[in-house]
Design a protein around this ligand. Structure first.
Ligand code: LLP
Length: 406
């Protein structure tokens, strides 16, 4: 049986657009967004899609059409949201190191809120707002010191992480923010990590934040929104699928009758399993100890295995008559860390097309030109239609910004 994205086979997509190729299903994007809306229906949250997960303009545009807000971490991401027709008024600006130029751009665009991570950042936003004669809406990112039980590189809510302001310093930080004339305190936020399978830490973080909200209110600091950060994890391999409804119910229980608006910033769970990376087998190489399936996609197209030892399921797009082997599936990049899978059972021969699953999130958005490899094309599928939403980069484009030597 040929594998398909909606009504199109991966084989026909690869023939039309070439490989490596990211393929996204629009129906899957819609379904994932609607799952959040349904699960959290009683709370009517503002869902702010975390653009970093997949920043293709067509993906952003689709979420904007569905009513989404956005979570951004750079001026570049803000430009993408605006170019895709997203609403700045529903856009939250996160990140630990916003530059003056980025703050100015965001203030002029009218973002909903700056999620602030330190006192010097409060000063900087205040100064930029003063120079523009504006009031900047701010929220403080509070570090709830909860162990998200995820990969250390994507765990953000611990004391040892660079993110957020410590719980113990929160009240003083809010008082400081209140003393700055060009800031408007509007909310509170937290984010404890990504790819969360066990949702208990998320609920715990929410409870801790709400206790703080009560304390702040008693101290005369009233907030309009509570932002619980990123979304739930997805199934890459054999993880237990996180129960979004159970998480929503737990949040609804503790948010009970609070006046504040709930804000969520899911990324991975809105796009991750809506996408695949198609790659063609170049060679089968038998090393002294191992087999290698050498494919035309590499770590520059999908960093996650190299960076986090992440697992991505890999399947043949078509039935194959090749014999199964145990192999590392590797790309052409000159790094030992350039693998898409290790010790994987696979049956493939040169020319076969492989489908790397769960490549909708943190794949194309983390791609690079390492080894001067052009970034792959991206295609959005809806039913029997496929649209090229980013064309393959050319060698000329890669070289264009480099001037001659002195
Ligand atoms: N909000 C903030 C402030 C974040 O830092 C993140 C992700 C999100 C929202 C979205 O979280 P999600 O719903 O996707 O879990 N490159 C890594 C993931 C890094 C996540 C960074 N922050 C990976 O490929 O696993």
């Amino acid at each position: 049986m040929s594998l398909k994205c909606e009504q199109l086979t991966y084989t026909e997509l690869a023939a039309q657009f070439g490989t490596p190729l990211y393929v996204y299903s629009r129906a899957a994007l819609d379904e994932a967004f609607k799952a959040y809306q349904t699960a959290f229906a009683t709370l009517n949250p503002l869902i702010c899609y975390a653009v970093k997960a997949n920043s293709n303009l067509s993906v952003i545009r689709r979420f904007a059409e569905l009513g989404s807000g956005f979570d951004i971490v750079s001026g570049g991401e803000l430009a993408r949201v605006l170019a895709a027709g997203g609403d700045a008024g529903k856009t939250i600006f996160s990140g630990v190191g916003k530059s003056e130029a980025e703050i100015e751009f965001a203030l002029k665009s009218g973002v909903k809120c700056f999620n602030v991570e330190s006192l010097p950042e409060l000063d900087r936003i205040n100064q930029v707002a003063a120079a523009l004669g504006k009031q900047a809406p701010i929220s403080l990112r509070i570090n709830p010191d909860v162990d998200a039980k995820t990969h250390p590189y994507i765990s953000t809510g611990l004391k040892a992480n660079k993110f957020g302001i410590a719980m113990s310093e929160a009240e003083a930080a809010y008082r400081y923010a209140a003393s700055l004339p060009h800031l408007n305190i509007t909310g509170i936020d937290c984010h404890i990590g990504s790819q969360l399978i066990d949702l208990a830490p998320l609920t715990e973080a929410c409870e801790r934040i709400l206790l703080l909200v009560d304390k702040l209110e008693a101290a005369g600091i009233a907030l309009q929104h509570i932002d619980l950060g990123g979304g739930v994890g997805i199934v890459y391999h054999n993880e237990q699928k996180p129960d979004l409804q159970a998480y929503a119910d737990a949040v609804a229980k503790v948010m009970d009758k609070r006046p504040q608006q709930l804000v969520l910033e899911p990324g991975r769970s809105l796009v991750g399993n809506a996408g695949a990376l198609l790659t063609r087998v170049e060679f089968i190489k038998q090393g002294e100890e191992k087999h290698f399936v050498i494919v035309d996609a590499a770590m520059n197209d999908l960093m996650r295995p190299a960076l986090y030892q992440a697992y991505h399921h890999i399947e043949n797009a078509e039935p194959t008559d090749a014999a199964p082997i145990l192999a590392d599936i590797v790309g052409p990049v000159c790094e030992t860390g350039d693998f898409l899978a290790q010790n994987r059972k696979i049956a493939a021969k040169p020319g076969d097309l492989l489908v790397v699953r769960s490549a909708g999130a943190y794949a194309s958005s983390m791609a690079s030109n390492y080894n001067t490899r052009a970034r792959a094309a991206e295609v959005l599928v809806s039913g029997s239609k496929a649209k090229l939403v980013r064309r393959r980069e050319t060698i000329e484009e890669m070289l264009a910004n480099e001037t001659e030597c002195l």
